[in-house]
Design a protein around this ligand. Structure first.
Ligand code: COA
Length: 203
């Protein structure tokens, strides 16, 4: 089903118009394409087991491995248009996280967003700031109609970020994902293009 609203003319127009604009600027953050020079910062938090606890990847074991993961992410972004961005602190230009699409269903103009942030930066509202801006960017720069996000039910901070960024909680999927030795119950959130348009028109 590819409804008329899934790909209105102005989205295509915006996609072309914004092709050059790969960078998202917020008050405290810059979301920009990943670079090989991010490897050291990426490794610094990628090796942290607490950061990796509720994500599908395992803690990085060496800088060499981080470089290879980085290369893969950069390639995926170019080939599959996954729009993976480095999250960079404006004040000191350190790379402290990533945000990007973890999969896309082009048939239904649907995608899932995933994110992670270095532990020293937790609890300051930074991921809410990043996700809010990223959602806006995705709806402006692509034809995506629905953006999903899921989190392990044991990781409520992630759900709090999704909610504060305007996503709606749609339900629980019991034992939906097998990772790190157990079946995890995940919570599904989503935002539709029209949700954002409605929220913008109320402002
Ligand atoms: C989950 C994560 C993205 C949150 O990022 P953050 O920048 O700390 O989030 P914010 O500060 O924007 O908001 C966090 C919210 O969760 C709340 N929170 C933080 N820790 C919490 C916890 N253990 N339990 C419940 N809520 C918690 C905060 O109070 C805040 O809510 P509030 O503003 O209503 O008080 C970050 O901790 C992280 O990257 N973790 C590791 C990777 C990960 O889990 N990624 C998500 C996979 S789905």
């Amino acid at each position: 089903m590819r409804g008329k609203t899934a790909n209105p003319w102005y989205v295509k127009h915006l996609a072309v118009g914004r092709k050059q604009s790969n960078v998202i600027l917020t008050r405290r953050l810059t979301l920009r394409p990943l670079r090989m020079q991010d490897a050291r910062d990426f490794y610094a938090y990628g090796k942290d087991p607490e950061v990796a606890r509720y994500v599908l990847w395992d803690p990085h074991t060496s800088l060499r491995q981080t470089r290879s993961i980085l290369r893969g992410l950069m390639l995926d972004s170019r080939i599959d248009n996954l729009h993976t961005k480095a999250i960079v602190i404006n004040q000191d230009q350190s790379m402290v996280g990533t945000i990007g699409l973890v999969n896309q269903d082009t048939q239904n103009q649907c995608a899932e967003v995933g994110f992670s942030l270095a532990r020293p930066q937790w609890g300051q509202g930074l991921m809410t700031e990043a996700l809010t801006a990223y959602i806006r960017y995705i709806f402006e720069a692509t034809a995506i109609n629905r953006l999903d996000a899921v989190h392990d039910s044991l990781n409520p901070a992630s759900g709090s970020v999704m909610l504060k960024a305007g996503m709606r909680r749609e339900g629980l999927h019991r034992g939906r994902i097998y990772y790190k030795g157990r079946y995890a119950t995940v919570v599904l959130y989503a935002i539709l293009r029209k949700d954002l348009e409605e929220a913008s028109s109320k402002r």
